[in-house]
Design a binder for this molecule. Structure first.
Ligand code: PEP
Ligand code: MG
Length: 313
């Protein structure tokens, strides 16, 4: 049995030597939020707001959105929550935002790209988020999905600040964004890596295609090497770097991510206690050593083995 299993989740994410790594939950509804609080999640690293729009044939009013968001935020009063703006397009088409038929929707007008065509929809969502933040007493940050360049990040941050919200960030889920993290962090307060889409785009392998699951394995060294670039840029600039993709839910990989410089991990709530315990199982230096060993591995299987060789189990 791995040594880390003996350590219990204390509710405060730290390595064994006290280096903080926040353990946060991914939520998409008020029920998710209530369940996440119960696991001791320190906040929310990814609030997917799509739920508010998916069933709607028309854009929900600002008041409707504000009430729906406030219901999700309220259980986290006094804690940090990262709200992601609408991630429409590709696999999530919306009736009221018809972007037309695209031959390659995953490479099309999705995420923040929809906002460039319809900034009015983004501004109304930001107004609703600002209202819900005030209603709930939550420390709200806002981030955009599918950002590719520093210019796009700056455009988004300006609109977030114009809405009266203090903290703007973007997801790093396009390889170009990962390679531009330093420039992006000059424009925003934080980044959060979406490993699900980042793996899909860096391996040119649809994340929904089971036959390509091995290419979408977050232990793939090529993916880890991109995460290393992002982690280093964040550390150099002293700005937070989160991970909110499925990778964060793997307790062994969570330590490796901390070793790459990631400052918070956000995951499905059920994984919170195991990830919190795994972080507490070793000092940061051991996670850094495990990360270096995984980065140098030739395959995902060997990367896992290399990390296990350092950390035990
Ligand atoms: C991701 O892409 O890793 C992510 C967290 O966002 P989603 O799964 O909603 O695309
Ligand atoms: Mg994504």
């Amino acid at each position: 049995a791995e040594r880390a299993a003996a350590v219990e989740w204390s509710g405060t994410g730290t390595t064994a030597d006290g280096h903080p790594v926040k353990v946060l939950a991914n939520v998409g509804s008020a029920a998710d939020a209530r369940a996440a609080v119960g696991t001791g999640a320190q906040g929310v690293g990814l609030f997917r707001t799509e739920f508010c729009y998916l069933a709607a044939s028309d854009e929900p009013s600002v008041e409707t959105q504000r009430a729906a968001y406030a219901e999700v935020l309220t259980p986290f009063a006094g804690k940090p929550v990262v709200v992601r703006t609408l991630d429409a397009g590709a696999d999530k088409p919306l009736a009221f935002l018809d972007m037309g038929v695209e031959p390659n929707p995953a490479l099309g007008v999705r995420g923040v790209r929809v906002s460039f065509d319809r900034p009015d929809v983004l501004d109304r969502q930001l107004e609703a988020i600002a209202g819900a933040a005030a209603d709930s007493g939550v420390e709200v940050s806002v981030m955009a999905p599918m950002v590719a360049t520093a210019d796009e990040a700056a455009w988004f941050a300006a609109r977030v600040r114009a809405a009266g919200l203090q903290r703007a960030g973007v997801m790093i889920e396009v390889p170009a964004a990962a390679l531009s993290t330093a420039e992006i962090l000059a424009a925003v307060d934080f980044v959060s890596i979406g490993t699900n889409d980042l793996a899909q785009y860096v391996f040119a392998a649809d994340r929904m295609t089971g036959a390509l699951a091995e290419l979408n394995d977050p232990w793939q060294p090529a993916l880890l090497r991109l995460l290393d670039i992002v982690g280093r840029a964040g550390a150099e600039l002293g700005k937070p770097v989160g991970v909110c993709g499925e990778a964060a839910a793997d307790p062994r990989l969570a330590g490796v991510l901390a070793g790459l410089g990631v400052t918070s991990l956000s995951m499905g709530a059920s994984a919170v206690p195991a990830v919190g315990a795994a972080l507490a199982g070793h000092p940061l230096a051991a996670f850094r050593q495990a990360a270096q060993a995984a980065l140098a591995a030739p395959t995902s299987a060997r990367a896992r083995e290399a990390a296990n060789a350092v950390l035990g189990g």
